[in-house]
Design a protein around this ligand. Sequence first.
Ligand code: AMP
Ligand code: FE
Ligand code: FE
Ligand code: ZN
Length: 285
Amino acid sequence: MVADLHLHTRYSDGTYEPEELAAAAHRLGLGCLAITDHDTVEGCLPMSRACAALGLAFIPGVELTAEFKGQEIHILGYGFDPEDRDFVDQMARFQAVRQQRIREMVARLKELHIPLEADQVFRLANCRSPGRPHVARALVEAGVCRDVDEAFERFLKKHRPAWVPKSRIGADEAITLVHRAGGVAVLAHPGLYHVDAWLPELVRAGLDGIECYHTKHGPSLTDYYVTMAHRLGLLVTGGSDCHGHSKGQPLLGSIRLAPELVDRLRQHIAYRQAARAALHHSASP
Ligand code: AMP
Ligand code: FE
Ligand code: FE
Ligand code: ZN
């Protein structure tokens, strides 16, 4: 049962509906999927239904933005309870921050005399967890930019005029948040950061795994992180980071995680959930 464990849907900055994503994955011969939308778990229930209907295994997931050593890093959560009240409340707070950030980005664009309204972005995003890709698409739709890449290059990339930093929780907080909801915490695409030297610190904070297989990791980088994961006793995960049709051809299925690695992740999730259940049990009077 090969898996793709890093996928975005239209509940954040992907373009696929859960049902479309499940159908496309099924056609590509994948057996297990996790969606990892930014700061939302709304897609998990429809996706679990869509996967069940096609006989695919499903793991609830999320991608959180965190801060570590002065850098933005992404923490993937897997196997948590998507109905955990505290977790869902926390996602709602992250989403409110994202919506406010869209308004700030639009205000910056206004200062540059670019006529874009926040409502245009919200209408296009049509989700609670909007991000820069939605602003980019709105700029294309408004005829300001030729494509999404140009929008990022001119306005939205770090330190460009309409870039607004996202308020971020600490990496340790992100890991704890995932654990409390019964999930497993994995460092997303470490090849995009410069935190390798501090990985042991993340392990002490409770990190469970590393996303070794990712479309932005070449073969030698992948090997490097697999070795690192073994040395640190961490799980090995992987996924394509497919955002649908937003950036050319969909990446879905370009990473195929081996069944043994999927099984190990699921075992770890079961262990984490048992620990959470025991905790709830001892906490109740
Ligand atoms: P945000 O979470 O709002 O900061 O947006 C980050 C998302 O923007 C990432 O998850 C990617 O999907 C996308 N992204 C980042 N950089 C680029 C880029 N240069 N071109 C297109 N999309 C990008
Ligand atoms: Fe994204
Ligand atoms: Fe990411
Ligand atoms: Zn992602």
